[in-house]
Design a protein around this ligand. Structure first.
Ligand code: ZN
Ligand code: ZN
Length: 339
């Protein structure tokens, strides 16, 4: 989408004990079916990197894909979750119950796996932030809340007793290779990738995707004020680090493996710069995040509204960090931005 990448077949990765299981995702923003990577351990068991979505269809697809590839889901040694999104950790609780395997995740995303943090409760708990800091009208928030309750059936949350944390620099040993855990916050605060340096492979989950931009989702789990997670600013830091890597293949969270990460990321940085230029051009008078949606999105789309708001806010934060916009208080109490 942003730069030419070349899709790669699964065969060379299977030779390294890496089996990609494709699990359908019932919402379009994900960018296609999610990948579960079953990776062979030295002792004949399996490590899972991600688990797919926890719907009945998702679970059935996981078992179907596993048996087609002779991956024995009864012999899972550990479950590593890349980040706290439903299409990646949805079956973790089920698989842990079936096998006793522990579920490992970065500590910054633990609250997403346990269900303590949810997008729905974020809207309720931080309603004043959405109204005042972002300028969302009260009736729009009510509409979003009415829609969001439908998300409940997509997941089983993970019991805290099954969870362990994992983080930057830890090494995972497999039958055919070792991989180093990289903490690359952005898409979520606790997002993890795996880097098999000797094989020049990078398990990127949603940090680098060939077909969609990794949404810098609004996330208040670290607070609203100075501690607020600045998704895109952090994302770009991490993506620049990945861009510098020497890689033969990226194994993403959605879609086939590909090569061409450098041009892809260059195109993505250009995409965000274009967004930022459009936002600056729309700031002849101070505007709120909500008022700026029309500057970058041709139409308001309720199911995607929080992603749109997230993206505008994230780009404004990048501009703010660069000293190109600042926040001003307005008489109606809503925060607006001005160059
Ligand atoms: Zn995600
Ligand atoms: Zn995803």
């Amino acid at each position: 989408m942003y730069g030419a990448t070349e899709d790669l077949a699964d065969a060379p990765f299977i030779a390294l004990g890496i089996h990609r299981l494709e699990i359908p995702v019932p919402f379009i923003e994900a960018g296609g079916p999610a990948n579960v990577y079953a990776i062979e351990d030295a002792d004949g068991r399996w490590t899972l990197f991600d688990t797919g979505i926890g719907t009945a269809d998702g679970l059935a697809a996981l078992y179907g894909e596993a048996s087609a590839r002779r991956v024995d889901l009864k012999r899972i040694s550990r479950i590593v979750v890349s980040h706290g999104h439903l299409d990646h950790f949805g079956n973790a609780q089920h698989l842990s119950e079936e096998t006793g395997a522990r579920v490992f995740v970065h500590e910054a995303d633990v609250s997403k796996l346990t269900g303590e943090w949810r997008a729905l409760t974020e809207l309720t708990r931080h309603r004043a932030y959405f109204e005042r800091a972002l300028g969302l009208p009260a009736d729009v928030i009510d509409e979003l809340l009415a829609r969001r309750s439908a998300a409940r059936d997509l997941v089983r949350y993970v019991e805290p007793s099954r969870l362990g944390t994992i983080g930057e620099g830890e090494v995972l040993r497999f039958k055919h290779f070792d991989a180093t855990v990289k903490h690359l916050p952005g898409h979520t605060p606790g997002l993890l990738c795996l880097h098999a340096e000797a094989q020049r492979l990078f398990f990127a989950d949603d940090h680098v995707l060939a077909r969609v931009s990794p949404n810098p989702v609004l996330d208040l789990s670290l607070g609203e004020g100075d501690s607020k997670f600045r998704a895109l600013s952090r994302y770009i830091e991490g993506a620049r680090w990945v861009q510098a890597l020497e890689l033969d293949a990226v194994l993403p969270g959605h879609g086939p493996a590909f090569r061409g990460h450098r041009a892809l990321l260059e195109g993505l940085f250009g995409f965000y710069e274009t967004r930022q230029k459009k936002l600056l051009a729309a700031l002849a008078e101070p505007r709120s995040v909500y008022e700026l949606l029309a500057a970058v999105f041709p139409r308001r789309d309720l199911p995607r509204l929080l992603l749109m708001v997230s993206e505008v806010l994230a780009n404004l934060e990048v501009l703010e960090d660069a000293g190109r916009v600042r926040r001003v208080a307005s008489p109606d109490g809503v925060t607006r931005y001005t160059p």
